[in-house]
Design a protein around this ligand. Structure first.
Ligand code: C2E
Ligand code: MG
Ligand code: MG
Length: 625
């Protein structure tokens, strides 16, 4: 029975007396009351239906307004929204969803039935939270509804890390009617690429180590973190023979060597220490919690040992070394720049002391280094301006009793420091590579000058060991000869034993090539250096120049005299001419002559003189004869 009939049934029952008579009055009242109730219900339903329709209209209006606000009305917004690569959702002023595209639903993997108009933002937020699993910023921040301003146009950008690893960027914007539009972009790949670029910018691509800028940054933060004053050591490191490997075996081998060096460095320090590559073959280390200098010495030695072990690349074995400069925080400085600079200064000293060693920074190094740097700068300028001059010192043939050659000796006429002897700058020129242009100038100048002399006079030119390292020395010599027209037989090249210490096979090959040009080769300063007889066996020198240190002691010291005797004997057996250097007195002359030296050079004959005095010297000799 329908509900209406049940009510009437009950009312009938109530109006019916036990004898079956019906109280019509009462029944009428009851039915009227029921009807009023019914009417009220209808009205209520009617009212709420009207409200719903109004609400619906409002929602539609809002949606239209939003669409207008987004400028989508002419484009046919639905397909446009659906084809967006971004997720989009629009809420009304009461934070109820007006519209969302399926990309929005996809990004957060939300149930389809949840993402429908009218759903409260809070419900969406709850659902998204499921996926968020507590990572990244809070969901509310993500949608921006908490902090987003109320003024139309206010906008808030935030980022949202999801449990699946995705990163979503949300831009929420307040629209005119108080609602908000949120655009959601999956930026996972973008962020990865950014992170990669950032890593590249902060790290050295070859070794993966932090670069100089990053090292600096880390050092700064470590310095300010070291409140307890535990001490920090900064190591500045430079490989000793890297350039030679790189030049000889190519960049691929050089690169691999640097990678291996990086690994060994990392291995030599603790995890919390920082190893960085500055550039080329320069590395740096930050060592934390340095208790005392001994701890630093230990690490420095460990690094040297590590790099001193041979490297194997493509079946080649390499021995390189390293030089290290160390500065200490806080004793040397409290400033990152200064500490790095000090370590660099100490490195300079380690290199100057022969390499394969470490040096702690000392304040006096600073002045020395500044002096060296300015000297280097001036020498560079001197090369450009050719501020050089050759002096010439005669070599005197004792049998023929005449000058047989002149040795060209370099002078630097510095506008600031005056005339300088080679001892003051040749070392620096060798270290900086400036010896190449200087050596070339000397060769050409000496050959040109010798062309002005009588044909029976030779010219001797000193060649540095560093010049032998370049492949083209024979070419330079040939060019200087060709250019000047000097006969090769009139040119003598003087090399020291240090030439033969390096890369012997190649050196000997170069010496042969030089000899094949027709020039002669003298061993200079014999006995001053490492004096190994094996050199004399391995290469047929034309001349042996006995170092001045034996000659000047020869008249007083029997040992010096017997060494001279041994040298002349040796020279003779190899068919070499013997020259005594630095003969200053008649007594010395007497000794070296009696010990079998065929030529002498020294102040006794003449000091080195400028080119324009040579003619005078020769004239005086002729007059004396
Ligand atoms: P060196 O080749 O052994 O030249 C001889 C040096 O001894 C010269 O010094 C000369 O002035 C000095 N000397 C000569 N006789 C005497 C003497 O009787 N007593 C004393 N006390 N000294 C004497 P200098 O000109 O200062 O040259 C020094 C060194 O610099 C040279 O030694 C040579 O190794 C190097 N040098 C000079 N010119 C050049 C150059 O053009 N290129 C290269 N690579 N090195 C050069
Ligand atoms: Mg010489
Ligand atoms: Mg000499």
């Amino acid at each position: 029975m329908p509900d209406g009939f049940k009510i009437i049934d009950k009312q009938f029952a109530k109006a019916t007396a036990p004898d079956g008579s019906v109280d019509l009055q009462r029944l009428k009242k009851m039915v009227a009351a029921t009807y009023e109730d019914f009417e009220r219900d209808v009205e209520r339903i009617d009212r709420s239906m009207r409200l719903m329709i109004e609400e619906n209209d409002r929602l539609t209006r809002d949606l239209e307004a939003t669409i207008r606000a987004l400028g989508l009305e002419n484009a046919g917004y639905a397909p446009a929204l659906e084809n967006m690569s971004h997720g989009l959702c629009i809420f009304d002023a009461d934070n109820r969803l007006l519209v969302a595209n399926s990309r929005f639903q996809e990004i957060y993997d939300l149930p389809k039935e949840l993402v429908r108009p009218g759903v409260a933002m809070s419900r969406l937020i709850d659902a998204i939270k499921e996926h968020e699993k507590g990572r990244g910023c809070t969901t509310q921040e993500g949608l921006g509804c908490m902090t987003l301003g109320k003024t139309p146009g206010d906008s808030l950008r935030s980022e949202w890390a999801l449990a699946n690893g995705a990163i979503v960027e949300v831009v929420a914007t307040r629209v005119k009617d108080g609602g908000l539009v949120a655009v959601h972009e999956d930026v996972t790949e973008k962020r990865k690429a950014q992170a990669h670029i950032e890593r590249l910018a902060r790290h050295d691509a070859l070794t993966g180590l932090p670069n100089r800028a990053t090292f600096h940054e880390i050092l700064n933060s470590r310095l300010s973190d070291d409140k307890a004053g535990n001490g920090i050591a900064i190591y500045y490191l430079d490989l000793d023979r890297f350039k030679a490997v790189n030049d000889t075996f190519g960049h691929a081998v050089g690169d691999e060597l640097l990678r291996q060096v990086a690994r060994r460095l990392r291995h030599a320090v603790r995890d919390k220490d920082v190893v960085a590559r500055f550039s080329g073959d320069e590395f740096a280390v930050i060592q934390q919690d340095v208790a005392d200098p001994e701890a630093v010495e230990m690490v420095a030695q460990r690094v040297l040992d590590g790099i001193g072990n041979r490297f194997k690349i493509n079946d080649h074995l390499f021995h390189i070394g390293a030089s290290i400069g160390v500065s200490l925080f806080p004793s040397d400085s409290r400033d990152a720049d200064r500490l790095i600079k000090n370590a660099d200064i100490a490195l300079y000293r380690a290199k100057a002391d022969g390499g394969n060693t470490f040096r702690f920074y000392e304040p006096t190094m600073d002045a020395n280094m500044r002096e060296r740097r300015s000297l280097e700068f001036e020498l560079q300028a001197a090369v450009e301006n050719e501020d050089f001059e050759l002096f010439y010192q005669p070599l005197f043939d004792l049998k023929q009793n005449r000058i047989c050659a002149f040795e060209a000796l370099l002078r630097w006429n510095s506008p600031l420091r005056g005339r300088m002897a080679p001892a003051a700058f040749i070392g620096l020129a060798e270290e900086t590579g400036l010896i190449a242009p200087i050596g070339k100038w000397v060769l050409r100048q000496a050959c040109r000058e010798a062309m002005k002399w009588p044909n029976d006079l030779k010219v001797a030119v000193n060649v540095s060991a560093k010049q032998f390292k370049a492949d083209h020395l024979p070419l330079l010599v040939a060019a200087a000869l060709a250019e000047s027209g000097l006969a090769p037989s009139r040119l003598e090249l003087e090399v020291t034993e240090s030439v033969l210490l390096q890369n012997t096979e190649r050196t000997i090959d170069t010496l042969r090539q030089l000899k094949d040009l027709g020039v002669s080769i003298s061993m200079d300063d014999f006995g001053a250096g490492y004096s190994s007889l094996s050199y004399l066996y391995r290469f047929p020198f034309d001349k042996l120049k006995i170092d001045r240190s034996y000659v000047c002691e020869s008249d007083a010291d029997d040992n010096a005299r017997s060494i001279i005797r041994a040298m002349t004997g040796l020279g003779r057996s190899f068919g070499m001419k013997i020259v005594a250097e630095g003969v200053e007195t008649r007594d010395e002359l007497q000794v070296v002559r009696s010990e079998g030296c065929g030529e002498i050079q020294g102040y006794l004959i003449s000091k080195p003189v400028p080119a324009n005095e040579i003619a005078g010297l020769l004239a005086a000799q002729a007059a004396a004869a």
